[in-house]
Design a protein around this ligand. Sequence first.
Ligand code: BES
Ligand code: ZN
Length: 642
Amino acid sequence: MRPSILALSLVLTALAAPSCGKKDQREAAVPVPAAEAPAPVAEPASPAPGVDPFTYANYREVRVTDLALDVDVLFNEKAIDGTAILSFERLDDGATDLVLDANDLDIKSVEAGDGAAWAPAKFTLGPDDEDLGSKLSIELPEGATKVRIAYRTSPGAEGLQWLTPEQTAGKRHPFMYSQNQAINARSMAPVQDTPAVRMTYSATVRTPKDLLAVMSAEQDAGPRDGEYHFTMPQAVPAYLLAIAVGDIDFRPVSDTIGVYAEPEIVEAAAREFEDTPKMETATSALYGPYRWGRYDLLVLPPSFPFGGMENPRLSFMTPTIIAGDKSLVGTVAHELAHSWSGNLVTNATWSDAWLNEGVTSYVENRVMEDVFGKDRAVMEQALALRDLRAEIAALDRPELSRLQLPSDLDHPDDAFSDVAYLKGEFFLHFLEQRYGRAAFDSFLRSWFDSHAFKAATTDDFRQFLMRELAAKNPDAATQAEIDEWIDGEGIPQTLVAPISAAFDKVEGEQAEWISGTQPATTIDANGWTTQEWLHFIGALPDDIGIARMSDLDRAFDLTHSANAEIAFAWYMKAVKEKYEPAMPAIEAFLGRVGRGKFLYPLYEELSKDGDLAFAERTFEKSRALYHPIAQRRVSELLQAPN
Ligand code: BES
Ligand code: ZN
């Protein structure tokens, strides 16, 4: 991506392709000789549905089945260095090349063979596309079943973050971790980086002696000695390949569930997540056995750009959900739920992201209902609906409000809006309401069972739904009602808005305060949960004004809330209202936390509302903390404020 390693790729580039837009580069693996078929003048055709446009891999001709890594983690160089052996199968006898994705990788040598004998193989590394990286084509000698690639990652690899000791809780050791969803696995290793391809993997990882390495695999049971072995016998897509190295400790929560984190926070994390076994029991009871062996959580330093990431056997989590009262553990239910929706049944392309995230958000909500009760689950639905409405209202392309997203997205990350998560979730609530909980539960379970360890498209889901549920209950929903959910834009007519009695009370208190002259101390917020506070802040009218903001702050000190979600909601409101007293706390928050869910909206709102200089200053001061993904997103936001 960055120019530094381009020199090598230019030398190795055999095809003198004119520099072309990224879409032109996403083509079939075998280049068409220039003399044949003149390039059409028209726009490049949209990729066919079900085909992943964000990979160079020729995965429908030659498919990787296993990855074996043998690497050193070099903190001084900020690099992973070693070899990757990829086993593959030929689906098309005529295929001459294996095509992989690579991003910012220094490819030192490529050999082909059968695992016993190796011979140098010819390869080309194509031009570097800013989003997609480079196409690595390897000529396959007859009979070869494996390739061995010696490579090194770049210090700027988009999927890896290298933290200095100061950026950790312990302040004594460096820390590194990967974030490979959606298309960053290719910056960690040469792979077929598409959710349509699954591989088993194994790894030998060498680190500084006093650090521990963990992966999204069976962990090394041996001592902390700087050399670790991992095996992942279940085939997973490349985006689920994950590694972290640091001063990492472990606390069991049950026999099969535990928490990894820096020693400074591991106790608090294990306490916060002590209900995870109940969540696993609830999910398995609904949707069939947990199929991955252990389930552990790794709590990362606060720069982790997501709430959580469903790396198999080892979800990666932000520390910002450790609130002390379990009020934000919905994210644990969410990442655990991906063990069914996403990791077991995987979206075939990123345009089908709702099959991962929407189904997961629904399962999350069901699990929250089982473990924490109906009221909590309904409150979370109501908060979700407010977010969904706001997101849809803000979209600049209405097609982006479809569950089945267009296949010409600019970047896979664009698929992960609240549409995929929450419209997806409400679609399944709709189906549950129409077909009844019992029938819908067994339908969803059979969806997971029948598509386990496979990739699925939105059309696969539609067909399965029509055959297994709709045809058997023809009166429950019309075809048009179902199609409106899957293909339609905006929020379907048939959405039933959740009703929360607790939220009605919150609104009552708010209305009384706003219409009256009593100070905010008279609001009866005794015993309000985090969700009630989030509703209260979210429901505050526009332009409520500085006086009301200070009144609330005097009564409840929201500016200094220790709950990251409450603080974030309040800061968004503070920026909109230009409530200056919150600015120092906002600056401190942005300098402490790297979670995109908080950063992007805050920076966007700051730059919209005339505080661009403040935003730029804060970003300058804080950017070293942020993950490369977040650095890129925030700097894009600040360059194009709207
Ligand atoms: N798989 C996502 C995180 C992700 C999405 C990474 C897109 C890269 C690209 C994860 O499961 C997720 O949804 N995390 C949410 C948690 C939430 C909705 C409870 C997050 O990070 O906030
Ligand atoms: Zn998710």
